[in-house]
Design a protein around this ligand. Structure first.
Ligand SMILES: Nc1nc2c(ncn2[C@@H]2O[C@H](COP(=O)(O)OP(=O)(O)OP(=O)(O)O)[C@@H](O)[C@H]2O)c(=O)[nH]1
Ligand SMILES: [Mg+2]
Length: 324
């Protein structure tokens, strides 16, 4: 990826973002995706000068109905006069060409509405890098006059980015499809869900899934760890809009809860920060390691030949990485 670096007008750009300038926003997101180091100063300023944005994350298996649900909720927020930004993270874009097409059709409905901004980001390089770029884009969007930001991420798999680093509430979406129950109990999504939605509730097996989820939440729920928020399970039919007002109610309740429990808010934000900091450092080490990989060929030879021990090699690599 080419690194573009030029002096930027931080004051001017901040002002344009604060005024809701979409063109500026779109261009800056592209520069963030490209890893342009000139963005750092701007992002630092935006982070310090704007408050915490309201970010609602949606995760769940491919095709569960995340985009359809976000679309339905966007309509509800627009009815209340609130401005909405949607950021879709697509770590597996080659596989979901069809879904992207479906998204385009849906999103076309909002194309005339200046109160809705929709943007997707796909993987460039590592998943960790994408997660970090998403965090930067959220800082950018958070500096604009949006009342809420919806973040969509395909969930549960090696490629999953940890959406709980970016959003509160996290809406974990499932369907009654039998495979989803197993994924839910296996993949640790129970811990990250602040709200659970069982979508495609037109499926007759939905009640069983809802009960199973409620039972699992009951078993893992801890007042001490959640500050007293017990994740609700909501049945939805995103295509017809059934249950969407319940989901909206749950999202509103979560925001009220966070407003009334500042300690819980701070606890969550600190945990998110730790997750992102760790990812930043892992990303840095990974990139640095790849950049020196070629140059250690001779040393590898020496280790294989038993002339150098692997611990000494690891030490010398670590010292080099620390100075990159
Ligand atoms: N029967 C039924 N179909 C639904 C419902 N909600 C969404 N769908 C359909 O499920 C399909 C996938 O919906 P999307 O909203 O694109 O799902 P997604 O989770 O965003 O999918 P990815 O972005 O590919 O992970 C679409 O054909 C929707 O019309 C529902 O409540 N009932
Ligand atoms: Mg989608």
């Amino acid at each position: 990826v080419a690194r573009i670096s030029s002096a930027i007008d931080i004051d001017g750009l901040s002002d344009r973002l604060a005024a809701g300038d979409i063109q500026t926003c779109a261009k800056l997101i592209t520069r963030i995706e490209d890893g342009d180091p000139a963005m750092r100063g701007l992002l630092a300023r935006l982070y310090l000068s704007t408050g915490r944005p309201k970010v609602v994350g949606f995760t769940g298996p491919p095709g569960v109905g995340k985009s359809t649900t976000i679309d339905a909720l966007t309509m509800e927020f627009r009815k209340r006069g609130e401005r909405v930004a949607v950021l879709a993270i697509d770590p597996s874009s080659p596989k979901t060409g069809g879904a992207v097409l479906g998204d385009r059709v849906r999103l076309a409905r909002h194309s005339e509405d200046s109160g809705v901004y929709i943007r997707s980001m796909a993987t460039r390089g590592s998943v960790g890098g994408l997660a970090l770029a998403a965090a930067d884009v959220l800082v950018l969007l958070g500096s604009m006059p949006f009342d809420v930001i919806f973040l969509e991420s395909v969930g549960v798999g090696q490629n999953e980015i940890d959406i709980s680093w970016h959003a509160d509430p996290v809406v974990v979406m499932q369907t009654a499809h039998s495979g989803d129950v197993i994924q839910t109990s296996k993949a640790g999504v129970l811990e990250i869900g602040d709200i659970f939605a069982v979508n495609k509730a037109d499926d007759p097996r939905t009640a069983k899934m809802t009960n199973a989820l409620q039972e699992m939440i009951g078993r893992t729920y801890s007042h001490a760890e959640s500050g007293g928020w017990r994740p609700p399970v909501i049945e939805t039919q995103a295509v017809s809009g059934l249950g969407i007002s319940d989901l909206l109610g749950a999202i509103d309740s979560r925001f009220s809860f966070l407003g009334e429990h500042p300690l819980e808010l701070i606890r969550r934000e600190r945990a998110q920060l730790i997750g992102r900091l760790r990812a930043t450092l892992i990303e840095h080490v990974d990139r640095s390691f790849r950049s020196i990989e070629q140059s250690i060929d001779r040393k590898l030879h020496d280790v294989v030949a038993r002339k150098v021990d692997p611990y000494a090699l690891a030490d010398s690599i670590r010292i080099r990485i620390e100075t990159i």
